[in-house]
Design a protein around this ligand. Structure first.
Ligand code: D5M
Ligand code: FE
Ligand code: ZN
Length: 514
């Protein structure tokens, strides 16, 4: 790819709006990527990258301009695969790991979807669901400072210039590198808008958008009533200056786990035992011992058991064929974790709840041991909790394979990139009618609002972490060996890897319990 296109792509992936007239400036610049980075350093995403602003930036660069807005620049993806060389990468200094002897948990639930018991799932429910999605996401889009002159689809008329239209992306046809067609729908009426995209930058942007996302297109309508897009804008999250992000007031750690799959023949009890020993201060060295005693929160993002009857032929792969025994065995592990450690357990697609999302919490009748434990919080999938003041969104990420199958360039071993795409769409599972079943609740609980500080997912069984606009993203991996299903799909899991986060600094550490 040419240097100028790489630079523009970099800006787009950081969710800047790039005007087509900026292309010449990048093409004529000696170091387009350095210019793009300079732009991100100087301006927030509210500022459009166009010829005028770029020229001003270039002219001012030699005079060291004072940035009018400082953002925390991060490369869009900084995924780290756990290294083979180093078993433990602890990024909190041993002296900072204070003894939390008189520790008071600061735990609260921020968001827990209340699910209706009388869903019919008929057309009425479905329309109501999409109207709510549209309302929530269009409100988020309307809060963006860079958008104005909003029109509903039924208000679009011939010969209008520079208008913003919000709609749900119901169809997308990519004809070539510089030609695409989008169909936007308004779930309040039958109206649709056909959007013509003829700029290669916008075409590339369109390929990354999941169907049924709510987006905004800016553009002009010609005398024949044809809408030509000049910009495509996603709800996204704003770049939060570090000063306005949440941090714990003392050094305390959270550990992220998911996909334990207790009950499967492939469940690995040794790394699970080692992890529990670590929490009890029995790590291999002093640094690990102090870190273990400083880890007061453990998050489980779904698939804590393998379940029963989840896929055809599962019985042959089960070590325990009773769901009660599976949850009991999982509960026995949690009972060995110190009582002052707060734990959150949400369900995944293997847990004993409905598969349509949002999924309700694991019921007491299947998991009496877990329900009894005061330090175990059984919550729905998804949910948001506050850990020492740091907002943490837990979602199993069942929608990850759907997104990977539908967006070019997305890969199962790079879950963080897909989770970034969810943050850009401000939705955990936009696509309707794919493999992720969605419940037509009156409220769309899968819209990401409020914006979390930490976004924790699982499901792919491959550990990774990264950051996007200040949000710490973790996909926790698994405690299950490779299954025959994963082998058939060439999925190489990373069992026993656990990511921890220091809630005071929000710096991750990485431990390998295999
Ligand atoms: O998911 C186990 C693994 O299988 C994980 O790597 C995701 C992958 N997976 C799960 N469902 C699908 C579909 N539908 N397509 C492709 N890959 C998939 P688990 O939920 O533990 O069974
Ligand atoms: Fe799983
Ligand atoms: Zn799963």
């Amino acid at each position: 790819m040419d240097e100028d296109r790489k630079a523009i792509k970099f800006l787009l992936s950081n969710n800047y709006i790039v005007s087509p007239n900026s292309k010449t400036v990048f093409r004529n610049h000696s170091d387009p990527m350095a210019l793009a980075k300079k732009f991100i350093e100087t301006f927030s995403t509210d500022i459009k990258c166009d010829e005028f602003t770029l020229t001003k930036l270039i002219n001012n660069t030699n005079q060291s301009p004072t940035p009018n807005y400082k953002v925390n620049i991060q490369p869009p993806i900084s995924r780290k695969i756990p290294t083979i060389k180093k078993k433990y990468t602890i990024n909190t200094k041993i002296d900072d790991l204070t003894d939390l002897h008189n520790y008071e948990p600061k735990f609260s639930i921020i968001q827990e979807p209340i699910l209706s018991d009388n869903l019919v799932g008929d057309l009425n429910d479905m329309v109501g669901y999409f109207q709510n999605r549209y309302k929530k996401l269009s409100n988020i889009l309307k809060r963006r400072a860079d958008l104005s002159n909003f029109h509903k689809i039924n208000e679009v008329k011939k010969e209008q210039n520079n208008i913003s239209v919000i709609g749900m992306l119901s169809e997308k046809t990519i004809n070539s590198e510089n030609s695409a067609q989008l169909i936007l729908e308004d779930p309040h009426n039958e109206k649709i808008l056909e959007v013509i995209v003829s700029d290669p930058i916008l075409v590339e942007q369109a390929t990354q958008i999941m169907l049924d996302s709510v987006i905004c297109v800016k553009g002009n309508v010609n005398p024949k009533g044809m809408f030509f897009a000049t910009h495509i804008i996603l709800p996204d999250i704003p770049s939060k200056p570090i000063s306005s992000q949440n941090y714990a007031d003392e050094t305390v750690h959270v550990a992220f786990l998911s996909d334990i799959h207790v009950g499967s023949k492939g469940f690995l009890d040794k790394p699970m035992d080692k992890f529990i020993d670590f929490l009890n201060g029995k790590g291999e060295n002093l640094h690990l011992q102090k870190l273990g005693k400083n880890t007061k929160y453990v998050m489980f993002s779904g698939d804590v058991v393998d379940g029963v009857g989840i896929y055809p032929g599962q019985l042959d792969e089960l070590a325990m064929d009773s769901i009660h025994d599976q949850y009991d065995a999982f509960g026995n592990f949690l009972e060995r974790i110190p009582e002052d450690v707060q734990m959150v357990v949400i369900p995944g697609n293997h847990d004993m709840v409905r598969s349509a999302e949002p999924q309700p919490k694991i019921p007491e009748r299947y998991a009496p041991t877990l329900s009894k434990m005061e330090n175990v919080h059984l919550l729905p999938n998804p949910s948001q909790v506050s850990l020492h003041g740091v907002n943490t969104l837990l979602y199993h990420c069942t929608s990850l394979p759907d997104m990977i199958n539908n967006i070019p360039g997305m890969q199962i071993d790079k879950p963080i990139e897909v989770m970034i795409n969810m943050l850009k769409a401000r939705h955990l599972a936009p696509m309707w009618g794919s493999k992720t079943p969605l419940a037509t609740e009156p409220e769309d609980h899968l819209v990401i609002d409020p914006i979390p500080d930490i976004f924790h997912g699982g499901h792919v069984h491959i550990n990774g972490y990264g950051k996007y606009k200040g949000v710490q993203i973790v996909n926790s991996g698994t405690m299950q060996a490779q299954t025959s299903f994963q082998k058939s799909l060439n999925i190489d899991p990373t069992p026993g890897q656990v990511t921890l986060l220091n809630l005071k600094t929000r710096i991750p550490s990485q431990l390998d319990f295999m």
